[in-house]
Design a protein around this ligand. Structure first.
Ligand SMILES: *Cc1c(COP(=O)(O)O)cnc(C)c1O
Length: 387
């Protein structure tokens, strides 16, 4: 018997590189190896031109200007730069940050570090559907609040927060608004100016680009956002992020953004259709023992998160070795803690352990979805019958 084909359904953890992105990057590993900061020869100019194009492509995908894009190593660094950079730059104005319990660790942990340094952080709860209650947000803001940090789309349950409404509240209160858009970029339409976002974190490897490159949008119109950098050095990225630029990575990130911009509309429809088939297949095949986590209305088109009641996700995944899925604690599968996101929407520890995240992506097919439903339904039934 031949080994069954692997099926990748963990596109929230990372995405495969699009072959078109790889093609665009290759020359920059070979003959076009210049340092974008070298001003004295053509190798440098060529690299600088490539960075300029990449910067424009990233900016175009989010309705920003090229000069508002700071390249980083990914969304973790962008989140750290935004939060710590604002805390340091605005410490005369205030010492209070408002965020949400369901944020990614790369937002929560910088906030915790700032708390240890004496800042105050409010962690807002979410409702059963995963959404923030806007009146909680309004009530949390004080005269000392300098930053609101709310993610666009959740990496576990795919829930989309009301970003435009948060932007309006932030503006009315004169507070900066940072948004971690690692999961939303390229998956939903996103215009920083229309949304009233001041700082936006992005990463290439969640949109079929390379790992280790990302960006922070920093609003630079009237009254521009100030940031104290995390890294001091050569003064790259207008002083906001020193260090020789990752030219091949930036070229790949730019190409990945271009593809998203051109294909997003059709891709959203295709992904949502596959996701809905998956959902219906699970719901119909396993009546009475499955529940969806998080809002279905305000949700990424490629995400599904399901509790299989009475079936441990760990056991279920063991029965499905050819499928790449993820459970409970999504990012740190080594850590024995139940997901903080699932607990925040009211699940018990046990329900969290019985939950599975499905992340569809550009290279999944309808055949794979059908295969997933078939194998999943029979495995859950088997585990229920032989616990
Ligand atoms: C993946 C992810 C990150 C971290 O991005 P890296 O580029 O891997 O550092 C941050 N926030 C969210 C919501 C994510 O999904």
């Amino acid at each position: 018997m031949k080994t069954p084909k692997k099926i990748y359904l963990d596109n929230h953890a990372t995405t495969p590189l699009d072959p078109r992105v790889l093609q665009a990057m290759l020359p920059y590993f070979k003959e076009r190896f210049g340092n974008a900061a070298s001003r004295t020869h053509a190798f440098g100019h060529d690299a600088e031109d490539a960075v300029t194009s990449g910067r424009q492509a990233v900016a175009s995908l989010i309705g920003a200007e090229a000069r508002e894009i700071v390249f980083t190593s990914g969304a973790t660094e962008s989140n750290n730069l935004a939060i710590k950079g604002v805390a340091e730059a605005y410490k005369e104005k205030g010492n209070h940050i408002v965020t949400v319990v369901t944020e990614h660790k790369s937002v929560l942990d910088p906030c915790k570090r700032l708390e240890r340094a004496g800042l105050r952080v409010t962690y807002l709860p979410v409702q059963r559907d995963g959404l923030l209650d806007l009146s909680d947000l309004k009530n949390a803001i004080t005269a000392k609040t300098i930053l609101i940090s709310v993610m666009f789309a959740n990496n576990e349950i795919g829930v989309l927060q009301p970003i435009a409404a948060i932007g309006r509240i932030a503006k009315a209160k004169g507070v900066l608004f940072h948004c971690d858009a690692a999961q939303a970029l390229g998956k939903v339409p996103l215009d920083v100016k229309r949304l009233g976002v001041d700082l936006l974190s992005m990463t290439a490897h969640k949109i079929y680009g390379p790992k280790g490159v990302g960006a922070l949008y920093v609003r630079k119109d009237k009254n521009p956002v100030r940031l104290i950098p995390l890294l001091d050095g050569g003064g790259h990225e207008v002083g906001m992020r020193s260090g020789t630029l990752n030219v091949p990575g930036i070229v790949g990130f730019g190409k990945a953004c271009d593809i998203c911009r051109k294909e997003m509309k059709t891709e959203i429809k295709r992904l949502a259709k596959m996701r809905d088939r998956l959902r219906e297949g699970i719901m119909n095949g396993l009546e009475g023992c499955r529940r969806i986590n998080g809002s279905l209305k305000y949700r990424l088109p490629n995400n599904l998160n399901v509790i299989f009641e009475g079936v441990q996700a760990e056991q279920l995944m063991k029965m499905l070795p050819e499928f790449a899925l993820s459970s409970g604690s999504a990012c740190l599968s080594t850590s024995p803690q139940a997901s903080h996101v699932l607990k925040a929407i009211g699940l018990s520890e046990n329900e969290a352990w019985c939950s599975i995240r499905f992340g569809l992506g550009r290279f999944n097919t309808r055949v794979e979805v059908a295969e997933t439903i078939k194998r999943l339904v029979s495995s859950v039934k088997h585990l229920k019958a032989h616990p």
